[in-house]
Design a protein around this ligand. Structure first.
Ligand SMILES: Nc1ncnc2c1ncn2[C@@H]1O[C@H](COP(=O)(O)OP(=O)(O)OP(=O)(O)O)[C@@H](O)[C@H]1O
Ligand SMILES: [Mg+2]
Length: 282
């Protein structure tokens, strides 16, 4: 079953009087339980793609379908052409030059889906400095969903079940001994593990990680990768991982590798036990 599907996605950034075509006509399909990488050189459009899948940036046109839900639902995204990165930037709404925004029904759907379906591990971790390890991991559980039509499994948990789940994730990520530490009191690898546990806390089916090893030394990178592979293999969690990376160690571990070059998907390949099966050459 497809968990993330992109159809003819374009993303154009305005740059002065010019345009940067960061993603050009990207289409691909990621199935539930995959360990997938979007791989390509610097500037090729990996983060742009990941941000659109993570619903933190709007495409200029095309379809994004997450767990069968067509996010923009046939809505013409063309008007957003010159207002990229608008999502979450509410101050821009006050700018009279922006006449239109996406309909609030879609905005609400995006907010709900981001919480129920997506866990995002940012390259710089984005932990909250004043909160300790436990509180950072717990944080997404405290946010309330405004869209009752989109279920978030953890909303049915009792307070005790939530505490046990955070505790379980701390154990899984080897952080039990650091429960009361603040991010500044942790190593890079430990911070990355907090970010992973936080991304998993809502039991989101899709975890996105932008260059997860870029800020780690090789020992920590290997530990983090094997932790994510373990979580991916966990049949109870059934978590799909999608990475943006140019780290060959990650690419080797992935069973699905989408190559991007200059904003275009150049190759989309699945690995089998015996070798590589290329699905498409473009
Ligand atoms: N907000 C923005 N405004 C204008 N151009 C942008 C913006 N964000 C990204 N770009 C451009 O889009 C292209 C793709 O950028 P992106 O960050 O997706 O690349 P990347 O593959 O993630 O690179 P890296 O490996 O260095 O992280 C680049 O040419 C970049 O300069
Ligand atoms: Mg990037």
């Amino acid at each position: 079953m497809s968990i993330v599907k992109l159809e003819n996605i374009y993303k154009t950034y305005p740059l002065g009087n010019q345009k940067v075509e960061a993603v050009k006509n990207a289409s691909f399909d990621i199935k539930k339980g995959e360990f997938a990488a979007i791989s390509g050189p610097s500037g090729s459009g990996k983060s742009t793609l990941l941000n659109m899948i993570g619903l933190i940036d709007l495409p200029t046109s095309g379809k994004i379908i997450i767990d069968g839900i067509d996010i923009y639902d046939g809505f013409d995204l063309g008007f957003t052409h010159l207002e990229s990165n608008r999502l979450n930037n509410y101050s821009e709404k006050k700018d009279k030059k922006i006449k239109t925004t996406i309909p609030s029904s879609i905005d609400k759907r995006i907010t709900a889906l981001r919480r129920s379906h997506i866990g995002f591990i940012f390259q710089t971790f984005n932990l909250i400095p004043v909160l300790n390890v436990y509180e950072n991991i717990e944080f997404p559980l405290l946010l309330k969903s405004k869209n009752s039509k989109i279920d978030c499994i953890v909303d049915t948990f009792t307070k005790k079940q939530k505490e046990e789940w955070v505790q379980f994730l701390m154990e899984k990520t080897g952080l039990s001994g650091w429960k009361n530490h603040k991010p500044a009191e942790l190593s890079g690898g430990q911070r990355q593990r907090v970010a992973i546990a936080r991304a998993l806390v809502t039991k989101a089916p899709v975890i996105l990680a932008d260059e997860p090893t870029a800020n780690l030394d090789s020992t920590n990178s290997a530990q983090i990768l094997s932790l994510m592979k373990d979580l991916n293999n966990d049949t109870e969690l059934q978590t799909t991982f999608i990475f943006s990376t140019h780290d060959s160690r990650i690419v080797e571990m992935c069973n699905h590798v989408i190559h991007i070059f200059d904003g275009k998907i150049s190759n989309d390949e699945y690995k089998t036990g015996s070798g590589i099966y290329k699905t498409e050459n473009r």
